[in-house]
Design a protein around this ligand. Structure first.
Ligand SMILES: NC(=O)c1ccc[n+]([C@@H]2O[C@H](COP(=O)([O-])OP(=O)(O)OC[C@H]3O[C@@H](n4cnc5c(N)ncnc54)[C@H](OP(=O)(O)O)[C@@H]3O)[C@@H](O)[C@H]2O)c1
Length: 229
């Protein structure tokens, strides 16, 4: 089985890449701006998921029709601005990376999955898209769109043992939540989470594995958020 991970140079994607390598899988990751560690670089290709050709070339050099392929879409960006003040190009760039990048990867990998009769696609959505939080319209739009897109793709490919699902993350103890959210706001977030703790990377790994191993789940989402709604 081959595991493909976009946005594997940091945080959640990097954690998953290392875990799957530890378990003996063939893992192929992408980076765009963050150069991966020397001892991992052979597993990586530089890919901007906003570029059709870069995504297609990476997938075509990484997999063959004989491979059972898992695609994990981690690449994502944020843009914090109210709609009133937003720059339209910056707003649309978030859609192009988070939604467009996810679709480009799916579009490039599906022919291989189809020929093999196996495929697992896992995307990351967010509590931010479920809650309605000021300043997040681009990010929320890009993440909620994954739900509708996945349902259609699930039905198109259901007879080929290809599944596609989303994990709706709450606030995680890594990546965007830790780096982009000021500490004071993070403490306020903690107060709102019924479990009173941020999400754990190990739980993300377990959920990803569950979706890989379970054929009958497709077109849906799992909330991984400590009870936060
Ligand atoms: N962390 C959280 O609390 C949280 C909560 C909800 C949902 N999520 C979702 O989970 C996923 C991973 O989040 P994270 O926290 O690990 O994010 P992160 O730490 O910000 O890392 C983002 C990753 O995306 C890559 N990336 C950004 N723009 C790209 C582009 N144009 N082309 C290719 N790769 C690009 C980055 O690569 P470079 O650094 O190499 O550019 C990096 O590897 C994202 O989709 C995010 O929306 C995260």
């Amino acid at each position: 089985m081959k595991i493909l991970i976009t946005g594997a140079s940091r945080s959640i994607g990097l954690f998953l890449l290392k875990k799957f390598l530890e378990e003996g899988y063939l893992v192929y990751g992408t980076y765009s701006g963050t150069l991966p560690n020397e001892n991992l670089i052979r597993h990586f290709t530089k890919v901007n998921v906003a570029e059709n050709d870069e995504v297609r070339n990476w997938i075509e050099k990484s997999v063959t029709n004989e491979d059972e392929v898992v695609l994990i879409n981690c690449a994502g960006i944020n843009y914090n601005s109210t709609a009133r003040r937003a720059d339209v190009d910056d707003w649309l760039h978030v859609i192009d990376v988070n939604l467009g990048g996810t679709f480009r990867s799916i579009n490039a990998v599906l022919p291989f999955m189809y020929k093999k009769g196996f495929g697992r696609i896992i995307n990351f959505s967010s509590i931010v898209a479920q809650k309605g939080i000021p300043g997040t319209s681009a990010y929320a739009a890009s993440k909620s769109a994954l739900w509708g897109m996945s349902k259609a793709i699930a039905v198109e490919n259901a007879r080929k043992n290809i599944t596609i699902n989303n994990i709706n993350l709450g606030y995680v103890n890594a990546g965007m939540t830790l780096n982009d959210v000021p500490e004071q706001l993070r403490n306020q977030l903690l107060e709102q989470i019924p479990m009173r703790k941020l999400g754990d990377l190990e739980d993300i790994f377990k959920t990803v594995k569950y979706l890989i191993e379970t054929e009958y789940i497709t077109g849906t989402t799992i909330d991984l958020n400590g009870g936060l709604y």
